[in-house]
Design a binder for this molecule. Structure first.
Ligand code: ATP
Ligand code: MG
Length: 436
């Protein structure tokens, strides 16, 4: 019977016991009478201590000749040790080299000098072995679990909508086309139309966590071509405040749950997560335009303007989270499903949620009356005939509804304070990157 495998973080609870550990050989150092092998698994690093006279000499020789990052298995006895970081060390009785690593490594895992991001992404598997990089994906796991919990607690159904489409939601410029058995199809850039159709199906509240694809040619630190999207749609809502209240509550719960989860794991990002205290401030678009000194310009914010507005909002309103509300209809003209305000049709019920200086989510009330929806489509230059399946959902009884799309990569970027969105995804896709 092989000994049970233990993780590094579990060893302190097994003082005096015979155990087996396995992981990547981070480092081997021989210092005269003793030698140390550091073995890293998914929970941390274990110090294996070899002692001349006590440890089989063959083990010194085997480790001496072994390349860093090889996978090894070590059996031995757990012993208290003041000098190791975990407070325990493993006194080895048996070493197995499972798979040797090649030399040289294209990217050092424990090197003090940082490699540039491109090199890191080119050798992402080695990069992901770094505890600080792995920490981001523990955060991402916590965020996804937190969202699911928050949605389920609020009575939402989790749905999965098609990612291969005949038509995109808005203009064709950011759509990837695929050859679908000889006809042209597109990769979904949003589950927008399908989540609305599910409100027509009487589903009341739906959410989806899935990738979407955007043929985003710009090379920025906050755009990718494949992104994780969190979409929600809610029926029988007539007031955008109800949507904003739901969204901020879900974000605040998710941040709190993520912080608790990371604290339990001893993940240092726990201390970095920005407080998410509700209610988040609301900044009408017109106020942001006044801040920028261009009232009523009626065009969307540039990247620099977004940053200026976010900095001013944080300074004056004291929150890194805020809603930019009441987007002008002129800006949302292409968004044919956006509902115009009854009292002032030059405004929509649309809003963005900001986290730090990043736009994290966009949402609002949708147009649920089929005649107005058709009129919006025609104004946007979109042929209603191409959207029959979508429009059918509106012709046989559609509740008033609204929802939002939240970029998970942007959120993780904001929460972890990452300078580049690429670091928030395991294997990012951008204008120039399809590998690995
Ligand atoms: P932006 O103006 O920042 O390019 P958008 O307004 O075009 O984004 P939406 O259609 O509102 O994007 O998508 C909802 C959310 O998805 C955005 O708020 C953002 O968090 C995220 N998102 C959209 N496009 C991208 C992208 N190319 N890369 C990463 N995240 C994105
Ligand atoms: Mg947006």
């Amino acid at each position: 019977m092989p000994l049970p495998r233990r993780l590094s973080r579990e060893l302190a609870a097994h003082d005096g016991e015979a155990v087996r550990i396995a992981g990547h050989l981070e480092e081997y150092r021989a210092l005269g009478g003793v030698a140390f092998a550091l073995v890293r698994d998914g929970s941390g690093t274990t110090q294996v201590t070899l002692k001349k006279g006590a440890t089989d000499p063959a083990m010194f020789a085997a480790l001496e000749g072994l390349a860093r990052e090889s996978v090894v298995e070590v059996e031995g006895t757990v012993a208290r040790s003041e000098r190791s970081r975990r407070g325990v060390e493993l006194l080895p009785s048996r070493l197995t080299v499972v798979t040797p690593a090649e030399v040289p490594l294209p990217l050092g895992v424990v090197d003090k000098v940082g490699a540039d991001l491109d090199t890191r992404l080119n050798h992402r598997v080695l990069d992901l072995r770094k505890p600080a990089v792995r920490a981001v994906f523990e955060l991402r796991t916590a965020v996804l679990a937190g969202f699911r919990r928050a949605f389920l607690d609020r009575g939402f159904l989790e749905v999965e909508t098609p990612k291969i489409l005949r038509q995109g939601a808005e203009g064709g410029s950011t759509l990837f086309s695929v050859d679908y058995f000889g006809t042209r199809a597109y990769l979904a850039q949003s589950p927008q139309l399908y989540k609305q159709m599910l409100i027509g199906a009487g589903f009341e509240r739906v959410f989806e966590i899935a990738p979407v694809f955007r043929a985003e040619p710009s090379d920025t630190v906050r755009h990718l071509t494949e992104i994780g999207m969190l979409d929600a749609e809610v029926g029988y809502v007539d007031d955008p405040e109800e949507l904003r209240g739901l969204l901020e509550g879900i974000v605040a719960d998710t941040v709190a749950a993520s912080r608790a989860d990371l604290e339990r794991r001893g993940n240092p990002l726990a201390a970095r997560l920005p407080e998410a205290k509700t209610p988040f401030p609301r900044v009408p678009f017109a106020r942001a335009e006044a801040w920028l000194g261009r009232p009523g310009a009626g065009r969307d914010l540039s990247t620099e303007e977004e940053r200026a507005v976010a900095e001013r909002a944080e300074r004056e309103l004291g929150s890194p989270w805020f809603f930019l509300t009441d987007f002008p209809s002129a800006i949302k003209a292409q968004t044919f499903y956006a509902r115009r305000q009854e009292a002032d049709p030059s405004l929509t019920y649309y809003f963005d949620l900001y986290g730090g200086t990043l736009e994290i989510a966009s949402g609002g009330l949708r147009e649920h009356r089929v005649d107005r929806l058709r009129a919006n489509m025609e104004r946007a230059g979109v042929s209603p005939a191409a959207f029959e399946g979508y429009l059918e959902a509106f012709r046989f009884g559609m509740p008033p509804h609204g929802g939002w799309g939240l970029g998970i990569d942007r959120l993780v970027q904001a929460l972890a304070g990452l300078p580049n969105i690429r670091e928030a995804r395991l294997f990012p896709r951008d204008r120039y990157r399809l590998d690995p």
